[in-house]
Design a protein around this ligand. Sequence first.
Ligand SMILES: [Mg+2]
Length: 267
Amino acid sequence: MQDVAYGSAPSITPTATASLRLPSGSTLFCDFDGPIADVSDRYYHTYCLALKATQADYARQQIALPIRRLTKAQFWYMKQNRVPDTTIADWSGLSGQQVNDFLSHVPPLVNQPTLLHQDQLQPGVRTALTCLRDRGVRIVIVTLRQAAQVLDFLHQYELATMISQIYGADNIETAYKNRTEHKIAHLREAIIDQNHLGFDTSHSWMVGDTEADVCAGQAFSLPTLALTCGIRSSLYLKGFSPTGVFHDLSAAVKYLIPQEASLHVTN
Ligand SMILES: [Mg+2]
């Protein structure tokens, strides 16, 4: 909790930092969408399909909508800066009831199996997870995705054996809503469970890409690392005062387990 490192390594010795941050046998609680899976293509294609469906609905009533489809870069910039979906719809040429119609198309589309397959492994994740495993750190995923979806993805990339446990949502639509109270409830369950299983969580960290992850970690006095490779911008995340902000899981792991410390332990 004491360290604040917005993208840069602090000036304490690696061996000391390792024992302070993430010692062998400790547990890292990690979000899934963002830190591990890149969902940006799926979310953008969901937006495009919802626009198209809304346009088709109105075309059947002989009404031509003045659709202006955002580019992926424009769309993702808005999502990262927490622009409401209603405003995104407005910027896309919709107004009034058309906005509600567009929004109603999103939930059933975003979890379609064909779109779920657009999720990709974030760069550097395999190396980061391997480093954590080799260092004796347990990785517990706390996500608002359904655990079965997460497991399918991990099997697809042959990473399932790297993960100790997955705490996911029961409801398929929970992930898109990304409610902080849901994340807090899942993290509470995960911590209680891990303690019952005999694992010490007093040195644990929480890593994620949204305010829900940062607030959940803070709710249980865990130090938190916010990652900007997901659905929130660095500026937005810094507003929640995480312990540190890094680009991705790879950079976060390098901070938690400096290379020299890792070598010191394995030798
Ligand atoms: Mg996330």
